[in-house]
Ligand binder design. Sequence first.
Ligand code: ADP
Ligand code: ZN
Ligand code: MG
Length: 480
Amino acid sequence: MNYEAVIGLEIHCELKTKTKIFCGCETGFGAEQNTHVCPVCLGLPGVLPTINKRVVEFGIKAGLATNCTINQYSKFDRKNYYYPDLPKNWQTSQYDLPIAEHGWVDIDTESGKKRIRLTRIHMEEDAGKLVHSGTNIKDSATSNVDYNRTGVPLLEIVSEPDLSSAEEARAYMEKIKAIMEYIDVSNCRMEEGNLRADINVSLRPEGSKELGTRTEMKNINSFKSLEDAINYEIERQTEVLEDGGHIVQETRTWDPERGITLSMRSKENAHDYRYMPEPDLPPIVTTAEQIEAFRKELPELPDARRERLQQEFGLSDYDAGIITSTRAMAEYFDAMVSEGADAKAAANWMMGDLSKNLNAEGKEIQDSPVDAKRLAQMIALIDKGTISSKIAKTVFKEMWASDASPEQIVKDKGLVQITDTKEIEGVVDAVIAANPKAVEEYKAGKKKAIGALVGQVMKQTKGKANPQMVNQLLASKLDN
Ligand code: ADP
Ligand code: ZN
Ligand code: MG
């Protein structure tokens, strides 16, 4: 039997508010343990929470940006469980009346666009962190509890089980990340845990409508782990089913070092959490006018921007998709264009040499040693004819390694393009004289042979001869 995978994601997105969700403590990452705490987030007896209104604003904006319906009457609930990083023994979250519901986002798949439905977006507080002296709790002599993260605001974005592969899950998570970055509600730094996903995976016979039994993997915080964990889990479940076994509904943990998932505990159900309305916080009541005001504050979103780049600059759908796929990419592109760079050239350099170099060094575009301004200046030198596109690659490499302007590099390294006809002609004549075989082939009708001669001229001028001029001069001499 052939099985198909069914995947749903619960994405936790840490919000970039200055202070926590229910108290005035700072949210900053990386502070000394237990320095961003107060009686409220430590859950001491007798304290009362107050809602940070920015969190509600961000929740509504996230909902609007993902085509959700905003609930004008929304409330908080207590999700009860015990763990040392949760000082109150309940997490203040939302249950039956989340801030936003019934949304969708579109993703690109191999077979075109696919709409992924969002079940809901709710607001909640983050838990603290256990800091082990060893690599995990079992091999540690001591473990500290750090409450700095306790009460940091989160949005939990829950998808319907509409995803069918690891690639789709990745594309979906990338889309959510891009939207949250565009609307500026989260830093989305996965390595700092700003964005993490719980992955639910099940299998069912191909074509079947019923859902199979799922397993859940929590706190996945990189795209690589997301894909690897899903692919591993699909394979593991396939083997179990093919051997005649059945899937146990459970929470599993992804071990990136070993590349396997391990059973952690049997899956808890909603009723295990004894959800109950939060008595210490009033319901959140929003008016249609307030919601519209937030909608007006939203920036242009990735899909709209992608459309615009195609219409305004004639970029292909693919290129526009990549350039708008992160806020930083889109801003880099905009900066180049406003520095006067031709849009297509800007896109080509971003997707070509720039991406290649960034990938090779594992860098993000916001950390690029070559900023948009210098790259735009370099494109201007190509447009002016000062350098050829080929030499530009050398200039780009030099810019990558130093802070010098492209003009300076061209001057220092003597990279100015040779456009003097006499000078090029001299080399062309010499190359024709030295390569009788290629000349003969060309004259006998093998027009491609000219390539070798162009190559020779470029080599002898160290790539500096204007390639169009070389082509023209060679052709005119050979055709005579
Ligand atoms: P919880 O995991 O908190 O119990 P839900 O039951 O609402 O919450 O499901 C959470 C996620 O699991 C959602 O993203 C949903 O799409 C996904 N999901 C639910 N059932 C399945 C299934 N059979 N296979 C794959 N994903 C599923
Ligand atoms: Zn506090
Ligand atoms: Mg879950």
